[in-house]
Design a protein around this ligand. Structure first.
Ligand code: NAD
Length: 245
């Protein structure tokens, strides 16, 4: 029996990048995956179905608390269960603090941190009643180590780590685990823009000198969401090739 047979997993930002790879791996493990995104999810859903998996797309803007709660309740009522939530939706708006536009500070915090609160609250109510569930938050190593030009992003990801640890303490008694994965430099749309020189400079800062893949991150997420991690809660798994040790 596959790890996620019969389970329902919601992945925010599941249309592409790391979120889509998490969806592929969970679907391959037997889950019915719900890719919730502001972007069109037709492609990833079709790909998973073509591979014999179960998937659906849900339009969701994680900054809209009412719409997010309605979507979570609808998913639960359609399937009768909700086993896994991956808070993966996230953006960057990089700039040095002294030049940062207040709206770029606000937007990054609103999507990366407030968005996780808005989707997790209705989900936690369902998982508490169900007396089971797994929540995995996609943070970043810059939430642990900082990065010049990313005060907004690193504050959002450090906030997400504090959220993870506190919620783990609240939900543990109901058999719901809450963990975080902190990726380093991963090969996605976020890092495609790097020049060869920037890439070479970055590689000098990483113990394992390559960019990570979405699969490297998705493996850590599926582990935390799977049956072998039932006694693990409140942790941050750093998937950064040793960028942060
Ligand atoms: P990506 O831009 O490819 O994917 C992010 C997804 O989030 C997109 O599908 C986007 O539409 C969605 N999204 C954005 N705003 C949303 C909103 N308001 N509501 C719902 N969905 C929304 O980026 P990615 O690299 O796959 O990043 C995924 C996660 O991993 C993010 O949280 C990011 O911060 C984190 N991360 C990425 C890296 C990296 O190097 N790529 C490193 C560390 C952490």
């Amino acid at each position: 029996m596959a790890d996620f047979d019969g389970q329902v997993a919601v992945i925010t930002g599941g249309a592409r990048g790391i979120g889509a790879e998490i969806a592929r791996k969970m679907a391959a493990g037997g889950a019915h995956v719900v890719c919730a995104d502001v972007l069109d999810t037709t492609e990833i859903v079709a790909e998973i179905k073509a591979a014999g998996g179960f998937a659906e797309g849900r339009p969701m803007d994680v900054t809209d608390a009412t719409a997010a709660a309605d979507a979570i309740r609808a998913i639960h009522s359609d399937h009768g269960r909700l086993d896994i939530l991956v808070n993966n939706a996230g953006i960057t708006r990089d700039q040095l603090l002294v030049r940062m536009k207040p709206e770029d500070w606000d937007l990054v915090l609103r999507i990366n941190l407030d968005g996780a609160f808005k989707v997790t609250q209705p989900t936690a109510k369902i998982m508490m009643r169900q007396k089971s569930g797994r929540i995995v938050n996609i943070a970043s190593v810059v939430g642990l180590m900082g990065n010049a030009g990313q005060t907004n992003y690193s504050a959002s990801k450090a906030g997400l780590i504090g959220f993870t640890k506190s919620l783990a303490r609240e939900l543990g008694p109901r058999n719901v685990t809450v963990n975080a994965v902190a990726p380093g430099y991963i090969q996605t749309a976020m890092t495609d823009a790097l020049t060869d020189d920037q890439r070479a400079a970055l590689m000098k800062t990483v113990a394992i000198p390559r960019l990570g893949t979405p699969g490297d991150v998705a493996d850590a997420v599926t582990f935390l969401a799977g049956p072998k991690a039932s006694y693990i809660t409140g942790v941050v798994i750093n998937v950064s090739g040793g960028l942060y040790i």
